[in-house]
Each structure stands twice: as C-alpha cells, then as structure tokens.
Design a protein. Sequence first.
Length: 138
Amino acid sequence: MNTEEFSNFRERFNRFENGFNELVKDQNKKNLKYENYAKQFAVMKDIEKSLIKLNIGGHKFSITKTLLLGKPSKFFNDLLSSNSINDEIFIDRPGKHFDYILSYLRGTDIIKTFLILDNHIVKSNLLEEAKFYGVRTK
C-alpha cells in the first residue's frame, strides 16, 4: 500500500469511525430517553394504582388513596380498609357538596369554607356531610 492509498484508507476509516461514534451517541440518547419514559410510566402506574374512583350520588370523583387517608376520618379509613377496590365505590349520599370535603382533605380549613358560604341551608348541608364523612369541623 503506497502513501496515497494509505491516506485514502485512513480518511475513509476516520469517516467510518466518526459515523459509528455518532450512531453510538444517538443510541445512547435514545436509551436515556427510553429510561426516562420508563421511569415516568412507573410513576404513572403507581399513581393509577393509588387512584380511588368514587361515585357519590352520581357525582364522580377520582382521588388518590393518600389524599383520602391524609386527614383523620373514620369513614374513609373504614371504607378503604374493608373494600378490595376494583372499579369504583358508590356512596349513597348527595355529591353536591363533596367538593368542599375534598378541599378540606387537600388542606383548606373547613371553618374558612363555612365563613365564605353565605347560604344557611348550604352550610347546614355541608356540616351534615362533614359529620357523615367524619371530617372534624372544630
């Protein structure tokens, strides 16, 4: 092999090596992207497993088990410990005010909610629902 042939060979080899290295970099990026997707999927599956579907008087709610058990409530503790939950749990109560109960479970002070509400009947109904679900109002 003369000098010119060697130089051509070396040039082709360098192009091949550069192309190969680019393919390896691309594959590494794809692997990293796949690993990130796999982690996100695992997190989503965990969240999905912890989701509880409630049907309260025809009003449907999807709530994490952690949220339902986050504040002391004998009702939710009993409900979730006694049921093997496959689909949704039906609770034969009016669902109209359950958003307020959820707000409380998420950290809103239920007393502040009472102060905001100006309708006496709504306050009375909400107090009744809070008692049913074992939510402390004092």
